[in-house]
Design a protein around this ligand. Sequence first.
Ligand code: KIV
Length: 279
Amino acid sequence: MGKQGRVRVPDLHEMKRSRRKIAMLTAYDATMAGILDSAGVDVLLVGDSLGMVVMGEDTTIGVTLDMMVHHCRAVARGASRALLVADLPFLTYHTSAAEAIRNAGRLMQEGRAAAVKVEGGAPCAGIVRALTEAGIPVMGHLGLLPQHVHQLGGFRAVGKSRDEAEQVLAGAQAVEEAGAFAVVLESVPAELARRVTGAVSIPTIGIGAGPHCDGQVLVSYDAFGLYQGFVPRFVKRYAELGSAMAVAARNYIDEVRGGTFPEAEHSIGAAGAHGVLAK
Ligand code: KIV
């Protein structure tokens, strides 16, 4: 780990070398980032999944660079240890290398990200190279590419056919060769993820890609039971925070309506606001 225990880009290579699995989760705000960071997560991803789990959209396509910068800055305030990676959203890295560099630069300078993530294999290699040569660490993303959902015809597994599997493998090799420091493999067969993990020297981080990757990532709203929309079968629910919040909200509503909240201990007494504000 880097100074003061901060996880740095080269640490991920070392983790692959020493076979220490990388734990990555998404975060979109300072409070959740602080909780996950304190728990010891290695990488926090400000994913463009925020379009779905935070903004309530059906896809990630509507996420803009301004939204990503805004949420990234909040996550950066909450996290002091984890490596902070931010997604470059749809069409912010496709039109030219110059635009990709400028946009990634905003995520780093304004959002305080340490690295960016881009979706795509071999066709994306030129952009990965341009970003890396500008000093911007890049994480690749292969398999199911949510920004290509319309082209794919929905959120579906990728790499079951021989052609698709070869494309994923070649894509991982192309982004590694172009300078990517790690690659996410989403919704691919476990056997393909195992092949890719053995074929590249950079860490693979799987989501719906089986146990053979060098690390795993989950969308935190899925993993902790907050997201109420469709959740893929590969997600493990580590908590049911959505149900817990609903119970808490119902208790609060009942107490407000029944006049039992606030009680004396939650009211400002003779000492005035001072005691309350000082906690
Ligand atoms: O946007 C996101 O949360 C992601 C993860 C699914 C890897 O890209």
